[in-house]
Design a protein around this ligand. Structure first.
Ligand code: NAP
Length: 244
């Protein structure tokens, strides 16, 4: 299994769940090798082979190098988890700079599309691949719009939903399933990036289940989508959002 952004949060939980389930795990990080080392060690404790490398998903060269690294260290991935994503400071769209919007779109849209492209090229059975499963990490924000917080982020996740639907249709006949998970508020560092580390406490009242989710609750859905139990599931957008 190859995961982008596996050093922290949902990606880290996914790496550890995958290792526990018997996958060898390769993952990328952006700037935090110390966190990546801890996740790698945790995967190895489950008996998995694990490898990590720095790769910025918004760089085409880095994305190609990441997939090459995975192939050379562990072999071609059977499962690709398109997880890396960023969030800017909370605010209103009318106050956002062009630079901030471009950063969000470069990482969350261009980066995710480059990663999908690379996985699709290498997994497709009509291009010499062995087939596989791609799981995109979108957000429930794509349906809610994140007003007064980060409309640019919500829109970037809407693009992931659309790409999931389109790519699943392109790859259905060549052995690759493409699905998407849409988490609600999950306890990770990403809310601090938005400027409100305790955001989940504020929004919990609006979540039918009355609480935020844990990274493991997203990882278990990703693992299910990755495996044979989901063999006829493709093009699905599945919410893991406490009923939100
Ligand atoms: P997080 O805790 O902030 O972790 C982000 C991960 O992505 C880290 O491993 C980080 O690496 C990596 N990363 C950041 N920018 C990158 C880049 N340009 N290239 C490659 N890797 C990069 O985030 P999270 O909450 O786990 O979020 C993971 C995914 O879930 C994101 O796509 C996010 O939009 C989505 N999501 C999260 C929530 C939530 O409430 N947490 C809800 C819905 C959707 P470093 O450690 O090196 O910085």
């Amino acid at each position: 299994m190859l995961i982008t952004g596996g050093s922290r949060g949902i990606g880290a939980s996914c790496a550890e769940h995958a290792a526990k389930a018997g996958y060898d795990v390769c993952f990328s990080y952006a700037s935090n090798p110390g966190a990546a080392d801890l996740v790698k060690a945790a995967c190895e404790q489950h008996g998995a082979r694990a490898a990590s490398t720095r790769a910025d998903v918004s760089s085409e060269d880095d994305v190609i190098a990441l997939f090459d690294f995975c192939e050379s260290e562990l072999g071609a991935p059977d499962v690709f988890v398109n997880n890396a994503g960023v969030l800017g400071q909370q605010g209103e769209l009318r106050d956002f700079t062009a630079e901030r919007i471009a950063w969000t779109v470069n990482v969350n849209v261009t980066g995710a599309l480059l990663c999908m492209r690379e996985a699709a090229r290498r997994m497709s059975t009509d291009r010499g691949g062995a087939g596989g499963s791609i799981i995109n990490v979108s957000s429930k924000a794509s349906t809610l719009g994140s007003p007064f917080e980060y409309v640019d982020y919500a829109a970037s996740k809407g693009a992931i939903d659309s790409a999931t639907i389109g790519l699943s249709k392109e790859l259905g006949a060549v052995g690759v399933r493409v699905n998407c998970v849409r988490p609600g508020p999950i306890h990770t560092d990403i809310h601090a990036s938005g400027g409100e580390p305790d955001r989940i406490a504020r929004v919990s009242a609006g979540i039918p289940m009355g609480r935020g989710g844990e990274p493991a609750e997203v990882a278990s859905l990703i693992l299910w989508l990755a495996g044979d139990e989901a063999s006829y599931v493709s093009g699905a957008l599945i919410d893991v959002a406490g009923g939100r």
